[in-house]
Write a protein that binds this ligand. Structure first.
Ligand code: F6R
Length: 606
């Protein structure tokens, strides 16, 4: 949700600032802007549109200066207009502010400021911060003290970056609930929402904690606690991802690249040291209850985990969508809550973990982004190592998280005697062989998937259904499809069909059925029966099935026949095919695949 970046250095930093905000565009892309310190003034340019579009309209890169801040927005408070784009200037033009987060009490503050005669230029919550800074500076006389005083008045979440000609060649950055990280190099220093902003320039990073302020200059930075001003020393860490990994590498979209990255990212997930996986399994074994938690895709990852734990370890774990956790969860000492998150910054998941901690539960997380809030918040963390996921919709991160949960379920099954060592090893061998099979299938099947997607792109309504472990696959696939195609796609457990959803079916309503291998006889028969029910109502049905499944091939109106795979990895392969199917459908429909409308990566507000 919104990307912020600030750069201060020797000479003109604007080309670097521009590149850094462009690298964060996936966090939000409805408008963008830049504020640059020049002489005794601040120049602000901003407008609606993505970063390149705004550059064309406003010539951001024609600005010059040695310190600047920038923002790419995902609207929360206020419509998508040029006035609501960040940065926001104070009434005296002496402070420019960019913000990620939400100021809850902004209406109250706005009323007070208006009573003092301040005129507002935007509908945003952020603008109050700029005006409050101008007022506080009159009272306190330094930017730093003014900022501390203003922050005391704010209720909400924020990562803020501020520049002011009162203090040229300085950037002030504070964190209160929204992510912020410094990038350090001899030529220039950065403050940004995430490391992607500065990876082409430096890999040396310092993560801010909530309640901290950084003051950056071309030569260095200081870090201090907001509460008492005490200096904080935190050694920088080297970020392992390089900028090249996050580039498109010849693919037309990040989504496609990230789908094709999966053999590699799964290999990384298989290389996570066994002791780490076993430690999580042990925590589950020792816990009175275990809750898996995520939201959106990561909720469906959790759902897959639920099936894996039941089937491999005979342990029923709960799955709760993070946003509902406060309403329904009953956890306390002795319980374990395992959060799943690509970004490690998702507000709903983070606050649910905070709640679990306060309630005395043990917490663990499977996270992709190194140094993220969640990874530092929990008692136990598994870093999944999928590398930067730039496309707004999650593909490779989700698949690796699923693999991590399956590995954990296997360890638990071995530890509690549900699985023999032989069965455990056979499973591991199947997992180990999967990345190569996936690579081969991606290479060989993409053309077929594309054909099917193009052939079916005229359907406006879809039902994705599966039974057993194919149910979470169908749910996640449906989410992917609706995100990138903007079509109406319902995911259901196939057993639900005759309990209501069947009413939707007619010849215009398409279904995608996720078939289990034939060897899973009961599930297979049930899936076939569900398909029959749709066909009997003239509904066109397509399917993802295995190539030895002649019954499925016969009954379907089309589909993708996959190589026969072991039961443990077959559902994951179906999901990858469904990801590709969504991608090609969206391509055919001309959608903004990497940045679908109305969405943002890393939703850091509640
Ligand atoms: C869907 C998607 C979202 C995220 C969700 C959680 O493609 O990406 O549903 O899964 O916002 O995000 P993380 O995993 O960053 O916590």
């Amino acid at each position: 949700m919104c990307g912020i970046s600030g750069v201060v250095g020797e000479g003109n930093v604007i080309p670097v600032l521009f590149e850094s905000i462009r690298n964060l565009e996936y966090r939000g892309y409805d408008s963008c802007g830049m504020a640059v310190l020049g002489g005794n003034d601040i120049a602000v340019r901003k407008n609606t549109g993505g970063v390149d579009e705004v550059n064309q309209k406003e010539r951001l890169t024609a600005l010059q200066g040695s310190a600047g801040i920038s923002h790419t927005r995902w609207a929360t408070h206020g419509r998508v207009t040029a006035a609501n784009a960040h940065p926001h200037l104070s009434y005296d033009g002496r402070f420019a502010v960019v913000h990620n987060g939400i100021i809850n009490n902004y209406q109250e503050l706005k009323t007070l400021l208006k009573a003092q005669g301040v005129e507002f230029q935007s509908e945003t919550d952020t603008e109050v911060v700029a005006h409050l800074l101008a007022n506080a500076y009159l009272e306190f006389g330094t930017v730093e003290d003014a900022l501390r005083a203003v922050l005391k008045q704010l209720d909400g979440t924020y990562a803020l970056a501020v520049i002011s000609p009162h203090q040229p060649d300085h950037i002030y950055a504070v964190r209160g609930g929204s992510p912020l990280v410094l990038g350090l190099s001899p030529q220039r220093n950065f403050a940004a929402s995430d490391v992607n902003a500065f990876l082409p320039f430096t890999r040396k990073a310092v993560y801010l904690e909530d309640g901290e302020m950084a003051v950056l200059t071309p030569q260095g930075y200081t870090l201090s606690r907001l509460a008492d001003g005490a200096l904080v020393t935190r050694p920088p860490q080297m970020i392992e991802w390089d900028a090249e990994t996050s580039r498109k590498g010849g693919y037309s979209h990040y989504m496609l690249k990230e789908i094709f990255d999966q053999p590699h990212t799964l290999t990384n997930a298989l290389h996570i040291p066994r002791v780490e996986i076993a430690a999580l399994a042990q925590s589950i074994q020792q816990a009175r209850s275990t809750t898996l938690m995520g939201v959106g895709t990561t909720y469906f990852v959790g759902l897959l985990g639920q099936y894996a734990f039941s089937q491999l370890a005979g342990v029923l774990v709960q799955v709760i969508s993070s946003d509902e956790f406060p309403e329904v969860a009953v956890v306390g000492p002795g319980d374990l809550v395992v959060a799943v998150s690509q970004s490690g910054e998702t507000y709903d998941t983070r606050s649910a973990v905070e709640l679990a901690k306060t309630s005395g539960a043990r917490t663990a997380a499977i996270v992709n982004v190194m140094g993220s809030t969640l990874s530092r918040l929990v008692d136990q963390v598994i870093m999944q190592g999928s590398g930067p996921e730039i496309c707004v919709v999650s593909t490779k991160a989700a698949l690796s998280q699923m693999l991590v949960l399956v590995r954990t379920a296997l360890e638990l099954g071995l530890a509690n005697g549900r699985l023999t060592p032989q069965a455990h090893n056979a499973w591991l061998a199947d997992l180990d062989a999967f990345p190569d099979q996936l690579q081969k299938t991606l290479n060989e099947m993409s053309g077929f998937v594309r054909n099917l997607a193009e052939k079916t792109a005229h359907f406006q309504n879809w039902l994705f259904m599966g039974r057993g472990i194919y149910y979470p696959m169908a749910m996640e696939a449906a989410l992917k499809m609706k995100e990138v195609t903007y079509l109406h796609v319902e995911g259901i457990p196939a057993g639900f069909l005759k309990h209501g959803t069947l009413a939707l079916v007619d010849e215009h309503f398409a279904t995608l059925a996720f078939f289990p291998p034939k060897a899973a006889t009961r599930l297979h028969q049930q899936t076939l029966a569900a398909v029959e029910e749709v066909k009997a109502r003239s509904g066109p049905v397509f399917g993802i099935y295995q190539e030895n499944d002649h019954e499925a091939a016969q009954i379907l109106d089309g589909g993708i026949a996959l190589p026969v795979l072991p039961a443990g990895v077959a559902p994951l392969m179906s999901l990858v095919v469904a990801q590709l199917f969504s991608y090609f459908a969206a391509l055919k429909l001309g959608r903004a695949i990497d940045k679908p409308r109305n969405l943002a990566k890393s939703v850091t507000v509640g």
